[in-house]
Design a protein around this ligand. Structure first.
Ligand SMILES: Cc1cc2nc3c(=O)[nH]c(=O)nc-3n(C[C@H](O)[C@H](O)[C@H](O)COP(=O)(O)O)c2cc1C
Length: 129
């Protein structure tokens, strides 16, 4: 998808990734790779802000990190960029989990948002830094 083009998720799409406690990607599923336009090899080991879109307010990620690091579940709208410069909106649910070795990891599961959810997020995020 070319520059600045919106990619609309299919209703069956489920984008899943897992990070370590610092937000470095340790797992990405096929839907993530396909939508974002990266191979698994390109994503694993990278910080999750690799797909960050500049329109996303810092406050949203501050809230995400505060929520999940205190053991609570974060749900919110995220606009991500693709490798080719397009973008896609997701309804993301992020939570913490423990690895078998006892270390903390975080998991995000993302589905197609409704148009109403996207429009609300666009207006809200314009008011945030
Ligand atoms: C499990 C998990 C998934 C995340 N997914 C995304 C994502 O899809 N897009 C994104 O921009 N940031 C995501 N983040 C937040 C990033 O770690 C980062 O805080 C954010 O991109 C802002 O970048 P910055 O901290 O460099 O300002 C995720 C964090 C966690 C813990």
């Amino acid at each position: 998808m070319s520059h600045n083009q919106e990619i609309k998720l299919d209703k069956n799409t489920m984008i899943v990734s897992e990070t370590d406690h610092k937000g470095y990607i340790i797992y990405a599923n096929s839907d993530f790779c396909q939508i974002a336009g990266y191979s698994k090899e390109e994503l694993i080991g990278k910080p999750h802000n690799t797909v960050r879109h500049p329109d996303m307010p810092k406050a949203a990620f501050k809230d995400l990190w505060e929520t999940v690091s205190s053991g609570k579940i974060w749900n919110g709208m995220v606009k991500n960029k693709t490798k080719k410069g397009g973008y896609y909106w997701v309804n993301a649910t992020v939570y913490s989990s423990k690895s078998l070795d006892g270390s903390v990891r975080y998991i995000s599961v993302r589905i197609k948002p409704t148009d109403e959810e996207v429009n609300k997020a666009i207006s809200l995020y314009q008011t945030l830094d």
